[in-house]
Design a protein around this ligand. Structure first.
Ligand code: HEM
Ligand code: MG
Length: 335
């Protein structure tokens, strides 16, 4: 019994709203509670929009990001079902927002990973802004040195020292150049390229108070979300659901400022380009790559209820990109 993806928030319920409210008090994580590489999901768990355990069903994640940050329904589904297929347990419908845990139940047979969001080389990948590359240490743990760079770029490039789209653009470029120079095992291909570019601009949108909504994130608010994993006092979410149509032009600007070709390092400073992987803005191409290549690597020949569950989640993922016309549905496990 896999629940369908949640519907969009209804008109009248999808506007500006105080979200750091009495019903969602901040609490630091308990010792057995799991947090991971995503500052937004960590924050939503610390406020109880997600189960504080850090283990959640995909529909709970979709609801949490819609309610807490006003992600548009299709965008929320695109991020969530993509992550769930790579990192969740299709048999129990549970996913860890951080490290692998027995709390997601018995694993399907290998080579399935069910590694949680911290699993390197899936959604989590290199050139993050507030985490180190897996080659250098725990890629899920907040890293103060990395984050200080984000603040420095805000100071240097952003309007009034804010983290804005210009700061995001320069930082994203610098992170890639730095990893090319220092990480002999850098991987920067689909699907990571898309998340890397989206995540660079997310903070300029979703972490900015909806009453201000000027796409300029103050360093104080950035520190609250990234370092404390806590909504600023009195924080209001975006005044309307925000989806692809807002995010894509912003990532497009980052790409135009500093074009790059996807690729991998074969040793430090030896970047081998892989131009055939889908482009950053090609949501349909990323969907197809995940469905036809990434998921079958973990689930080459699933059977029974496992196969049914994966197929269902692939349908949910397709549902999130089908708005892009000419995006044809693909069936790696038959219709
Ligand atoms: C990073 C998952 C929603 C902001 C990540 C990462 C994962 C992830 C796996 C690690 C990628 C990496 O840096 O290597 C998800 C999932 C979501 C979601 C499954 C489901 C809806 C959001 C939302 C925001 C957000 C709504 C809004 C601000 C970020 C940022 C990073 C990040 C800024 C980058 C952290 C860094 O580079 O250090 N997310 N995320 N995410 N996420 Fe999320
Ligand atoms: Mg990373």
């Amino acid at each position: 019994p896999i629940p369908n993806p949640p519907e969009p928030l209804r008109a009248g319920q999808n506007g500006l709203k105080l979200v750091n409210d009495a019903a969602h008090p901040f609490k630091t994580q308990g010792t057995d509670e799991i947090r991971g590489p995503c500052p937004a999901l960590n924050t939503l768990a610390n406020h109880g929009y997600l189960p504080r355990s850090g283990v959640a069903r995909p529909d709970q994640i979709v609801t949490a990001v819609m309610e807490g940050l006003n992600l548009g329904n299709d965008f929320a589904k695109f991020l969530t079902y993509q992550a769930f297929l790579m990192n969740g347990n299709p048999l129990t419908n549970l996913m860890s927002i951080g490290m692998k845990t027995p709390l997601t139940g018995q694993d399907p047979p290998k080579p399935a990973q069910v590694g949680g969001l911290s699993q390197h080389g899936t959604f989590e990948g290199d050139t993050s802004m507030s985490r180190v590359d897996a080659f250098f240490g725990d890629p899920a743990a907040f890293n103060q040195t990395r984050f200080n760079d984000l603040l420095a770029y805000a100071t240097k490039y952003g309007v009034n020292g804010t983290y804005d789209v210009t700061a995001a653009s320069e930082l994203r470029y610098e992170r890639l150049q730095d990893s090319i120079a220092t990480n002999p095992q850098l991987v920067f291909t689909s699907p990571r390229i898309l998340s890397a570019y989206s995540e660079a601009v997310f903070p300029t949108v979703y972490f900015v108070d909806g009453r201000l909504n000027n796409r300029q994130l103050t360093q104080q608010a950035a520190t609250s979300f990234f370092a404390m994993q806590r909504m600023p006092q009195d924080f209001h979410r975006q005044p309307a659901p925000v989806s692809f149509e807002v995010i894509e032009p912003l990532t497009g600007k980052l790409f135009k400022d500093h074009p790059f070709v996807p690729g991998v390092n074969h040793g430090k400073n030896n970047y081998i380009e892989m131009p055939q992987t889908p482009a950053v803005s090609d949501f349909c191409g990323i969907y197809r790559d995940i469905a036809l290549r990434v998921i079958p690597e973990q689930y080459p020949r699933p059977t029974g209820p496992l196969k049914d569950a994966i197929k269902k989640n692939l349908v949910f993922l397709y549902g999130a990109v089908s708005f892009q016309h000419n995006c044809t549905q693909v069936f790696p496990y038959g219709k």
